[in-house]
Design a protein around this ligand. Structure first.
Ligand code: 5GP
Length: 343
């Protein structure tokens, strides 16, 4: 398991504002001080992290993102946050990342400028070993009209930045809003060539899980309440197995938000056994004080996976990245690692 930081890994489920490390947040605070904009007090930074023993649950978690949002409200700060986060993932052995973020209008930028800023920051970092792409997020607490305008923006930016903007996703508080209301926006994005991933089954709602699986997204996130032992039904579980939709698994996130009681009873075990394609991801590495290599290590320790099986998880994840043109080179990187370490 000492190999975890060294395995070339792919990250497919990371929310930008949830991924800000304390070091990045402090750097952003210094930037605001330098340009003379008042910002949050240091005390707020302590509330950003949600550990295992925290009394806050999944619904409460959505408040903490406001802390990060205050720190990414100018284009300069957002670009810095993007660059610093990419570099942190790279230092952790990640060779490809799909960052996702919800376009937000702030006193300093429009939603259009928000996407443009992240896309430009990614382009400016294209020389780094880590390859990056952007997935545009729709928050399910937003109105249908807002969702449609975000989808339109994603479509127009996909045309302008086909090398950067590859997908669209649905996230935000799963207890608010209905998936069906977002189908038209997601469908138009898909029709324009964007891949789709959906936060699915974070809370017990078998009917919505069925609607999502029937929509045939390219991937889903979490999938906590799909197996009958975890709040799903036999129908949702069979539908997922049959669909072979890859699932972005976020172990620590599910534990720390109390969606899952402990690592041992995480649904990863059932998914892995049933050959549902799984991808180990971090979700919000800043909020949950984790890293991608730590998630791999936890997965190995808890589910007794050998280094060869871990490397295979990384290798298989490559089949599900949205930038199809990057797959070959990344696979070669991982295969070289496998051969070099005789796994
Ligand atoms: P941002 O999109 O602002 O870069 O990242 C933070 C946002 O991602 C949150 O406001 C929330 O909408 C979404 N998000 C982050 N983590 C989770 C999660 O675990 N579940 C869901 N459903 N949404 C999340």
């Amino acid at each position: 398991n000492k190999l975890c930081p060294e395995i070339p890994k792919v990250e497919l489920h990371a929310h930008l504002n949830g991924s800000l490390s304390r070091a990045t947040m402090l750097q952003l605070k210094r930037y605001y001080a330098d340009v003379g904009i008042t910002d949050t007090s240091d005390a707020f930074l302590d509330e950003f992290q949600i550990g295992a023993g925290d009394t806050r649950n999944l619904s409460d978690c959505f408040q903490v993102f406001n802390i990060a949002h205050r720190l990414t409200r100018t284009p300069e700060a957002l670009a810095m946050a993007t660059t610093l986060t990419l570099k942190e993932f790279q230092e952790d052995g990640c060779c490809y990342i799909e960052l996702r973020s919800t376009p937000r209008e702030t006193p300093f930028m429009t939603c259009r400028q928000y996407i443009e800023t992240i896309a430009e920051a990614m382009r400016n970092n294209a020389h780094l070993p880590i390859k990056s792409r952007l997935i545009v997020s729709i928050n399910r607490t937003s109105s249908i009209k807002e969702a449609e305008s975000i989808a339109e923006l994603a479509i127009s930016f996909h045309k302008q930045y086909p090398d950067i903007i590859v997908g669209i996703e649905l996230s935000g508080d799963p207890n608010v809003g209905r998936f069906e209301d977002f189908i038209p926006a997601l469908t138009s994005a898909r029709f324009a060539g964007l891949k789709v991933t959906l936060h699915c089954g974070e809370v017990c709602n078998p009917q919505e899980v069925m609607e999502m699986i029937q929509f045939k997204p390219d991937r889903i996130g979490h999938g906590v309440c799909i197996h009958p032992d975890f709040g799903g039904t036999e129908e949702t579980w069979q539908a997922l197995c049959k669909s072979q939709i890859p699932v972005e698994i976020c172990l620590t996130s599910n534990i720390n938000t109390k969606s899952t009681p402990d690592y041992n009873s995480h649904h990863f075990k059932e998914f892995y056994k049933a050959n549902v394609p799984v991808i180990i991801c971090t979700d919000d590495k800043g909020v949950f004080s984790t890293s991608l290599s730590q998630e791999y290590r936890i997965c190995a320790d808890v589910f007794d996976l050998q280094p060869a099986q871990l490397a295979k998880l990384a290798l298989n994840a490559v089949d599900h990245i949205f930038a199809e043109e990057e797959r070959k080179a990344i696979k070669e990187k991982i295969l070289n690692f496998i051969n070099k370490n005789s796994l």
